[in-house]
Design a protein. Structure first.
Length: 273
DNA sequence: GAACAGGCAACTC
DNA sequence: GAGTTGCCTGTT
């Protein structure tokens, strides 16, 4: 049975920004500011109350959640180093409260393969269909949710069997990735311990994984904080605010957080009109 | 109906 | 090695 816990009252943690900044696809708002999701098979519901974040979840899972939300890291301290100019200061201020989620590696790999050339609502729809069709049911607060299907489950399928997902040409990529992870030829745990460059190179051996997707996996799924995905939004923001030949290394080992602030600011301000 | 989308791979030169 | 094009599908 689920219990309610105060996850944090000291760490700056804005759940809406964290869940809506484009890094994850399986947290849904039941009502404004109340999000339900399943991580590593464990269901939870979160909300902000004043400066606190509350979570309703299974007893014994709080340690897992603290790691998932990266609550031990000093984001405010790290962010100070990004404030190299007025623009970056504004990005940091605007994105304050975002946590970089430490997502399950296989789920991250699979989800970002699906993300290519897709918008967030459609990505979420495909991922949800994947879980409903092939994931284990998880009962939570009277409703049935679904866990993300393990790689081994998908490895046994043929691309055709993903037809109900309507994910198009990505289906063979998903099956190939599932098989590589299931048979050990893609070792995500080992990649998480490798350097940024080595992890990227390994990921890019998988069909359907290029530089952008690999950087998303590295940052959101492998806990490599220098991951720096550059999509069309980032390209635009970087070209408008930095010299050509800009190198994200100037942001140091936590460049991925700077990336997320820039990205969130660019998307939030860029599509209002 | 055509063009395009938070990208990749295969093909061209 | 830099640039172009097709790819499933859904939306505009």
């Amino acid at each position: 049975m689920a219990e309610t816990y105060e996850l944090t009252q000291t760490v700056k943690f804005d759940i809406v920004k964290t869940f809506e900044c484009g890094q994850c696809f399986r947290w849904n708002a039941d009502e404004v500011g109340v999000y339900t999701g399943v991580v590593r098979g464990v269901p939870a519901r979160l909300w902000n109350e004043g400066r606190s974040v509350f979570i309703r979840t299974e007893p014994g899972s709080i340690g897992m959640w603290r790691e998932y939300f990266d609550l031990e890291r000093d984001y405010a301290g790290i962010s100070k180093n990004f404030e190299i100019d007025e623009y970056m200061t504004e990005c940091c201020r605007f994105g304050a409260g975002i946590r970089i989620l430490r997502q399950e590696p296989w789920e991250t790999l699979c989800s970002f393969i699906i993300s290519q050339c897709n918008n967030i609502p459609r990505i979420k729809g495909i991922v949800e269909a994947l879980c409903r069709n092939f994931g284990d049911p998880v009962v939570f607060e009277g409703s049935t949710l679904f866990a993300f299907p393990p790689a081994a489950s998908l490895a046994a399928l043929e691309p055709d069997e993903l037809a109900p997902l309507r994910c198009g040409y990505r289906a063979p990529y998903i099956i190939a990735a599932a098989r590589a992870v299931a048979d050990g030829s893609a070792d995500l745990e080992a990649m998480a311990k490798a350097t940024h460059e080595d992890a990227l190179a390994e990921l890019k051996k998988l069909p359907g994984v290029g530089d952008k997707v690999a950087n998303c996996i590295v940052l959101f799924g492998l806990g490599i904080t220098s991951g720096f995905p550059v999509d069309v939004w980032m390209k635009k923001a970087l070209s408008e605010h930095f010299e050509t030949g800009f190198d994200p290394k100037v942001f140091g080992e936590f460049a991925g957080l700077a990336q997320q602030y820039i990205f969130y600011y660019a998307r939030s301000t860029g599509r209002e009109k």
